[in-house]
Design a protein around this ligand. Structure first.
Ligand code: SF4
Length: 286
């Protein structure tokens, strides 16, 4: 793995990495104050300036984001990865390539955080949320999760899927990991972005499951371990014209079984081509 480009922010960095066959991936390492962790504090009024960076933040909440594929065949209409996929195609990453990203991200952050051991950070989280759809690469993803968990026993690991038929197999494999390592470290996210199934098929991919089917999967996740400290997350990255209807959401998902996260889409040339404009910028300009 060769680092091609790294962009540093006040609270971490994002790197473009070249693999042996010259295909590209993206890896991140960032930190935040512990108060940003809603799951821990339970506070509804966390008035935190996430830009108020301190080196101490690495010891509070350290997050590594890794890719599961180079390029991505899903081709969501807002995703900047499409440009790369058009150029180089896509392939699944090996287990070693995923574990290697975590080792790289930890080593890079250690250059600026005094060599902190991630096992000593209050929260050390690995997100399988950068480039790629994990359910298309389940076998390697599960093997990577297991290795990472053995290397960093305190790690929280989050898997995010868009909800296609293969997501059912992915979730079944996650249950097996929980049987092995316990119920307080694995987080499951469904990135569904709209409450309208027809819109989702256009926005993400023809093959997405309906929200009601994903609701069943989220309920099975909840029911397998109701005492798990958190529920499955529904991730909505909204554009100005995204159908998002709370009443529909309530019929698709049992509120007891899910946590809802809403953010604006990040505008880029691909979202521009598809006339997807970020929601909050418009709201803010009024
Ligand atoms: S699944 Fe993720 S990486 Fe793939 S196109 Fe959609 S947003 Fe991009």
């Amino acid at each position: 793995m060769i680092e091609l480009k790294t962009k540093q922010f006040t609270n971490g960095y994002v790197s473009v990495i070249q693999l042996e066959d010259k295909k590209l991936i993206e890896t991140t390492s960032t930190c935040l104050p512990i108060q940003t962790e809603i799951r821990i504090t339970g506070k509804k009024d966390n008035k935190i300036d996430a830009n108020d960076f301190s080196v101490q933040n690495w010891a509070e909440k350290w997050t590594v984001g890794i890719s599961t594929q180079s390029g991505c065949p899903i081709m969501c209409k807002f995703c900047a990865v499409n440009r790369l996929t058009d150029k180089q195609g896509w392939r699944n990453l090996t287990t070693e390539e995923m574990v290697g990203q975590v080792k790289y991200a930890v080593a890079e952050a250690q250059k600026i955080n005094g060599g902190l051991d991630p096992n000593n950070s209050e929260i050390f989280r690995v997100l399988f949320t950068r480039m790629g759809e994990p359910s298309l690469n389940t076998t390697n993803v599960i093997a990577a999760v297991r290795q990472i968990k053995l290397m960093y026993p305190k790690a929280r690991i989050q898997i995010s899927t868009i909800g296609i038929k293969k997501s059912v197999g992915l979730v079944a494999s996650l249950f097996e990991l929980e049987d092995e390592f316990g119920y307080d470290w694995l987080e499951l996210q469904f990135s569904i972005h709209s409450t309208n199934d027809t819109f989702r098929k256009w926005l993400q991919n023809e093959t997405v499951m309906s929200n009601k089917e994903i609701g069943g999967l989220a309920a099975s996740w909840y029911n397998a371990a109701p005492n798990r400290p958190w529920k499955a997350t529904l991730n909505f990255a909204l554009s100005k014209d995204t159908p998002f209807v709370i009443e529909d959401l309530k019929t698709q998902f049992d509120p007891k079984t899910v946590f809802v996260k809403i953010s604006p889409i990040n505008e880029n040339p691909v979202s521009d081509e598809n006339s997807l404009k970020t929601l909050f910028a418009y709201e803010n300009s009024i």
